[in-house]
Write a protein that binds this ligand. Structure first.
Ligand code: GMT
Length: 376
């Protein structure tokens, strides 16, 4: 197949899923054309069967604000026509699904068609999509997509109820390469972080309010009262300054390590003992899955799709949003019970391999593409 993929190219889960999907499809011989305003983060090398088409953003004194959605439609039309695409797959509804819809309508005018599939990832449904100004547009683009997938059962249900849509939505979970994300015998960074043999807590995100990163620092403060521990924070975003301020306020500068954005995730995750995900909202929790595949138990909030990924009392623990006392208690429990820790670690890895490996999930996307292409 010749597939066009549009996603946000930045350090977020939807971009990661789209890029890894494109890479997997290309390795199977499909031709994949990424269409976005920048090269997706994980696409930083030459790969056979992968092509990148940059959306140029028109500038003109009259256009005080970017016309990205329209420029994207124009680029989609060009790539669909000249690269003879069979299908467009857009990730994150706003504005990608609307741009694809427009491209489809424009092609129809010349008696040509292009089918497009929209994958809903999270805040396009649970946060941004609910803004009154966006809501009708998101609802419309979901209804008009030829196919729609959601990354968890939770997200599918939210879409059907929040937007009052009546259509099929296929649940296709996030996936990872469990050969890349795996427990390593050699843990090169563990001693660098744990200079005095401390336990290591890790969190990785884009530091948006929805991730509740300050909770991880407060959890560390409580854990440290019982177990020597440090917190490694990976990623960057709007809440980082507040997190650095909180770290100073709690006098934890020596115990919280801000790494910023990092590429060597499997190696860094392998330095960890526990992964924290205290999110306000989380449709799936890709970064928790990455940790689980490395054999790191996760302590998280009970929101969204997290209970579909993390099995309470088997692969980790789940607590109410903001219940940092309970989350800290769970962390201490795991860090002070070696036998239990080993079982949770093994369960985490096994669950990631059995249910969320790319070799299990990518074929589900291909089957779905074929189903949509074969639907009249
Ligand atoms: O919805 C977002 O915040 C955007 C998205 C991203 O690009 O970071 O994250 C979502 O998509 C991921 C991949 O499907 C999911 O694993 C994340 O749980 C989800 N984030 C939220 O729901 C907050």
């Amino acid at each position: 197949m010749r597939i066009g993929i549009t996603c946000y190219p930045t350090y977020g889960g939807s971009g990661v899923v789209a890029t890894e999907l494109g890479l997997a499809l290309a390795s199977m011989g499909h031709q994949v054309h990424f269409i976005s305003y920048a090269m997706p983060q994980r696409l930083n090398r030459f790969v056979e069967n992968i092509f990148f088409h940059e959306v140029e953003i028109a500038s003109y004194p009259l256009f005080e604000h970017s016309l990205y959605g329209l420029s994207l439609t124009s680029k989609m039309l060009e790539v669909i026509e000249y690269e003879k695409l069979d299908l467009m797959h857009v990730h994150y509804a706003i504005p990608h699904a609307v741009s694809a819809y427009l491209a489809k309508q424009i092609r129809k005018k010349t008696n040509k068609d292009i089918k497009f599939i929209t994958t809903l990832h999270g805040t396009d449904i649970t946060l941004m999509g609910l803004e009154p100004s966006f809501m009708p547009l998101v609802k419309f683009s979901i209804e008009e997509s030829d196919g729609v997938t959601a990354v968890s059962r939770f997200l599918k249900e939210k879409t059907l109820t929040n937007f009052n849509v009546n259509r099929d939505i296929e649940v296709i979970y996030n996936f990872i390469d469990t050969e890349k994300f795996k427990p390593l015998d050699d843990k090169p960074y563990h001693e660098k972080f744990a200079t005095h043999g401390e336990k290591i807590l890790v969190h990785t995100s884009n530091f948006r309010a929805v991730k509740r990163v300050p909770d991880t620092i407060r959890i560390l403060q409580k854990v440290k009262k019982e177990v020597p521990a440090k917190l490694v924070l990976i990623g960057d975003g709007p809440d980082r300054s507040e997190c650095e301020r909180l770290t100073r306020e709690l006098d934890l500068q020596k115990d919280v390590i801000f790494l910023g954005k990092q590429d060597a995730l499997p190696e860094i995750l392998n330095a960890a003992d526990i992964f924290l995900m205290p999110s306000q909202s989380e449709s799936f929790g890709l970064s928790a899955l990455e940790a689980m595949a490395c054999g790191i138990p996760v302590v998280s909030s009970s929101v969204g799709g997290l209970p579909e990924l993390i099995i309470h009392n088997e692969t980790g623990y789940i607590a109410e949003i903001g219940d940092i006392d309970r989350m800290a208690k769970y962390v201490i429990d795991l860090l002070t019970n070696e036998k239990k820790y080993k079982i949770f670690s093994k369960n985490s890895r096994e669950r990631a391999v059995k249910y969320f490996d790319k070799n299990i999930i990518v074929p589900k996307y291909i089957e779905y593409y074929e189903r949509i292409l074969n639907t009249p």
